[in-house]
Design a binder for this molecule. Sequence first.
Ligand code: ZN
Length: 309
Amino acid sequence: MRSFAESLPALEPLSRSTLRTPVDYRGYRELLESWSSLENARVQRIGRSVLGEPLWMVEVGAPKATKVSAVIAGIHPIEWIGIETAFSLARSISKNPSDDRRVCFFPLTNPDGFRKVEANLRDGKRRWVRSNENGVDLNRNWPTHFRASTGLLAGHNASGPSACSEPEVSAIVSTLDRVAVDASIDIALSLHSIGNMILMPWGGIWKSPHAREEHLRVANKLKMRLGNYTVRQVSHWFPGISFAHGMEIDHLHQAYDATSILIECTRGEVGTLRPSAYIDPFRIFNPQNGRERAATIAAALEPFVRGAL
Ligand SMILES: [Zn+2]
């Protein structure tokens, strides 16, 4: 990861750059350098994106531990606060790793999209980026409750032609399947933005998972730690119209029996007294002081990821 990061052009940090609105987030090279400089962490390349960027898993904790937590970030490439939060979590956990649990981090699911967002920031272009390079929403491409929706009608939620058709999703699913051969993935967290929400399965069907009580217990404890967040089952969001087929949290729960939570981190800059933020997709999804907010959110989530909530 380090040598790959070093091969990328060293651009001015986004926090110190001459952008119209500097933001306190790591760009692509800085992000890879930060992940590769974590102590007590094992880095593994697990695949390549549509455009050939490497996909990574970073593992923290006892190598042979049979209890595993999975943390996924950057499925939606403009949701940078989730990506920073994953890094903050990894940094904190790696300083004091557990003896009986491993945490498998997937730091950046959609690197092609992320790079596009970074280029837009540097060029001063206000663009919303949601899909991967094939135009697929990587949170509709997972096997559980998958339903093919492509073309114009699917719009921004295009699922791809079949489950795991996209290399970014397929790499994570096959890696977790391998991990699950001799370990139990009992905790899963996916980090998104926006909306201050704690979401639980199912997204693809109306009924509740059999482990509803445990999900509610965890979600309500997280709500106490996070503050002003709403707890919801994804498919109950807008009754009848908010089914999300092929979501990561459905799959993580169905395939591995994990208690599987999606966090919509922050409300971006919406609600602040900066009207210019309302027409800038990056600032709708992400607060300006990204690293500071990420550290706060990560501290609230850490006991869950450690299996100690
Ligand atoms: Zn998202």
